[in-house]
Design a protein around this ligand. Structure first.
Ligand SMILES: [Zn+2]
Length: 244
């Protein structure tokens, strides 16, 4: 009995040591990777916002093709404003509302390209580069749980939902950038986003199996329309479900 207690104590001590040593090591290696690749800067953020990640970043995001589908990033979240909503159709993103500080999860695996509050309008912002060069964006967060250079897996919490930046009410502003265009992420999301009335927001789920844009999936250039530059002051479309 005493022996097993001692063994248990030893295991607990070992776990504490591993936890206290491992997380600073992981943070250090993420920082080193970010420094080496030039991630985490505002210059990196603007390339990622434009949907043009550097080839080295895409390689660092992991081997293989782009994701076929995206994880719906807020468990229990309610789909609000969708892609192309707003008076001028300029909201090239989806908004997902949920209680403050709900976990926001990576829609697919990859590497964090930017995590900070240096891009106007988006508040606390996370940008993730995925294999194949896709970029996902998570805006208006209350707080961030990852740093630039960190590798993340699909479903890993990357932030806590909030209303920082230009946002009325707590929601996640989510964008998908592919080859310099913003694409409607909602048909790719699993589970499919549900609207406030409980009906499915999209009738036809899609998977992007490779090759060109799947038929029925909308993609638009960010600069092609007025007000499509994200949540700026001229884009009241980003008010979130509260502003619908
Ligand atoms: Zn939005």
């Amino acid at each position: 009995m005493r022996g097993s207690m001692r063994r248990l104590a030893r295991i607990v001590v070992l776990m504490v040591v591993v936890l206290t040593v491992a997380s600073p090591v992981a943070a250090r290696s993420a920082r080193a990777r970010a420094l080496r690749l030039g991630l985490g800067t505002r210059a990196a953020a603007s390339l990622l916002l434009s949907g043009h990640p550097k080839p080295a970043w895409v390689r660092a995001a992991g081997k293989g093709a782009h994701p076929r589908t995206l994880l719906f990033p807020v468990r229990g979240g309610v789909f609000g404003r969708g892609f192309g909503d707003g008076e001028d159709g300029g909201h090239l993103a989806v908004d997902i509302s949920a209680p403050m500080r709900t976990r926001v999860r990576a829609a697919a695996g990859g590497i964090v390209g930017y995590a900070g509050d240096g891009v106007s309008g988006y508040g606390n912002l996370v940008l993730i580069v995925h294999p194949g060069g896709w970029v996902t964006l998570y805006g208006h967060n209350d707080s961030l749980l990852v740093r630039a250079g960190q590798r993340v897996s699909r479903g890993q919490p990357v932030a806590r939902l909030g209303q920082t930046g230009i946002a009325r009410g707590p929601h996640l502003h989510f964008e998908l950038a592919v080859d310099g265009r913003l694409c409607d992420p909602s048909p790719l999301m699993r589970p499919l986003p549900a609207r406030r009335n409980g009906k499915s927001a999209v009738t036809r789920p899609l998977a992007w199996l490779g090759g060109p844009v799947p038929e029925g999936l909308r993609c638009e250039p960010r600069s092609g329309k007025s007000g499509s530059k994200g949540p700026t002051r001229t884009d009241p479309a980003d008010a979130g479900p509260a502003g619908e």
